[in-house]
Ligand binder design. Structure first.
Ligand code: HEM
Length: 132
């Protein structure tokens, strides 16, 4: 995916991180169409995002043992505050951010994302704050 996005970035004059974010946002809509089962009984983005590590990517791993998956540590710090720590040697925090944005848009919520990047992008902390 890295090579593809870098080439697209050269040709389209758009930055790599913007492309990854836009791609993530787009892909979320496809997830909803293609894997509707993961949305059963889920009413908001915090609930959905909390299932990525322990439900969604676990199922992905069963189907595709070679998938290169990140690790997410999600903690509900307050009813309106979810923190998600992304860890991956592939440094795809921009892509993750796009997926998170796509998720928030899907549920039609107003949630502010604050991002802190560490270890050259291998660790990204997302603090999601919902309008009270
Ligand atoms: C908003 C929710 C989600 C987030 C934030 C997320 C995040 C990510 C990220 C950032 C990666 C890139 C690999 C890396 O960084 O190491 C990834 C990989 C992957 N995700 Fe998710 N994901 C989400 C939901 C889903 C869903 C719903 C599915 C499928 C039903 C899915 C399937 C996959 C697969 C198959 C890969 C591996 C691709 C490969 O091996 O190249 N993810 N995910």
């Amino acid at each position: 995916m890295g090579r593809l996005v870098t080439e697209l970035s050269k040709r389209s004059n758009a930055g790599v991180s913007d492309l990854l974010r836009v791609y993530g946002r787009h892909l979320f809509g496809r997830f909803h169409q293609g894997y509707n089962g993961f949305f059963n009984g889920i009413k908001d983005s915090f609930s959905f995002l909390s299932t990525v590590q322990n439900v969604i990517h676990v199922e992905v791993r069963k189907l595709y043992p070679d998938a290169e998956l990140p690790e997410f540590e999600s903690t509900r710090l307050a009813p309106n505050h979810l923190s998600m720590i992304y860890r991956s040697p592939r440094c795809l925090g921009d892509f993750a951010e796009g997926l998170i944005e796509g998720c928030i848009a899907h549920f039609g919520e107003h949630i502010k994302i604050t991002r802190t990047t560490e270890a050259g992008g291998q660790v990204v902390r997302f603090d999601l704050l919902k309008d009270a």
